[in-house]
Design a protein around this ligand. Structure first.
Ligand code: FAD
Length: 317
């Protein structure tokens, strides 16, 4: 059964990178970008959070993608702790750089802030308001410049978001983000294929129509699995954890992570997933092995940055 509405074209391929922390990591990130580019992804997303230096590093990495590669960037943007003015300026800055796709997120609150105190969230308490703000900014720009529409992605959660009262509530939030102007969603990592199909089914029943792209990460050691779960508020998959813990060599652990991720991706494709978003942690080897295992190549690079067809995920960003 196909649960997604846009199943006809081959799945779109994308990767997530985070900004490098220092000069050495910057040089490594440039190599990783080159390796990923060779696999022909449709777009590459860059995370955004932390200190002003980290945020600047995100924008620098986006600048690198635009100036030195043929990759289309998807810039993550968070509204937590921001003002409408600062976000307005940032969106305009990204557009001026050449960004045409934004992942609109609330972001995690800085440690120590009181979640019951609304001021902690800044002027826009939820991602949905950021989507609205981006549409307002682009409407103003279009009036003066005739610029095209941005592709706006949002987060979706196959298992309940840690702050949410229920999975059903998360689905309603996703619908609200679509109604605010989002074009597509990328999921949080998940470990069980049924979590993705369950989300898509519940979302379609609720009236969500945008493509929902599975976000998957090949996890190649137990420590990383636990850290990932801690960061995203997920319960670790005990089967995967045990297999990684029991493996004797790095090569075996690598293979376990790749096989698990490729299995999740294949199950999502079988259910009609319109794309695959691979979390890389700035390490190309696992994600590229998943792509090879699936026999997948992206079509985005040949579409070029200004490909005008907005009909499927390939051309969205
Ligand atoms: P929202 O959609 O605003 O939801 C946040 C919470 O508020 C949820 O519990 C939701 O149920 C609840 N909620 C929403 N609207 C309402 C309402 N009207 N009333 C009551 N409750 C409501 N974080 C970063 O800091 N930087 C990144 O680059 C980054 N990249 C990410 C990429 C992906 C693909 C994903 C899935 C997550 C990413 N995150 C990132 C993490 C994300 O910022 C956190 O999960 C954050 O806690 C929620 O963000 P959101 O955009 O889903 O927020």
């Amino acid at each position: 059964m196909s649960l997604n509405h846009t199943a006809a074209p081959p799945p779109a391929l994308s990767y997530e990178l985070y900004p490098p922390r220092n000069a050495e990591a910057r040089a490594r990130a440039v190599d990783v970008v080159a390796e990923l580019e060779a696999s022909g992804p449709d777009y590459v997303s860059v995370t955004y959070n932390g200190t002003p230096e980290r945020r600047r590093a995100s924008i620098e990495l986006i600048g690198h993608l635009i100036e030195h590669t043929r990759l289309r960037p998807l810039a993550h943007l968070t509204c937590v702790g921001e003002t409408r003015d600062s976000l307005d300026r940032l969106v305009n800055h990204l557009v001026a750089l050449g960004v045409r796709g934004v992942l609109a997120l609330r972001g995690d609150q800085p440690e120590g802030t009181d979640p019951d105190h609304p001021a902690a969230y800044g002027e826009l308490p939820f991602a949905r308001y950021l989507v609205e703000l981006i549409r307002e900014v682009e409407d103003r720009r279009s009036a003066s410049l005739g610029a095209g529409r941005l592709a706006i992605g949002v987060a979706a959660y196959p298992t309940r978001h840690p702050e949410s009262p229920s999975f059903r509530h998360d689905v309603e939030v996703l619908l609200a983000k679509e109604r605010a102007g989002a074009n597509f969603a990328i999921t949080q990592i998940y470990f069980d294929a049924a979590d993705y199909t369950g989300l898509v089914e519940a979302a379609r029943t609720a009236g969500v129509t945008i493509p929902i792209v599975p976000g998957i990460m090949p996890v190649n050691n137990e420590r990383r699995l636990l850290r990932l779960c801690e960061l995203s508020g997920l319960a670790p998959d005990e089967g995967l954890r045990a297999r990684l813990a029991d493996a004797a060599t790095d090569a075996e652990r690598h293979r376990i992570g790749v096989d698990h991720a490729a299995g999740l991706a294949q199950a999502a494709f079988d259910a009609g997933a319109p794309g695959l978003h691979l979390y890389t942690f700035n390490d190309a080897r696992g994600p590229l092995d998943v792509v090879r295992a699936l026999g997948l190549t992206g079509a985005g690079i040949t579409d070029a940055r200004d490909g005008a067809d907005y009909g499927d995920v390939h051309a969205l960003v």
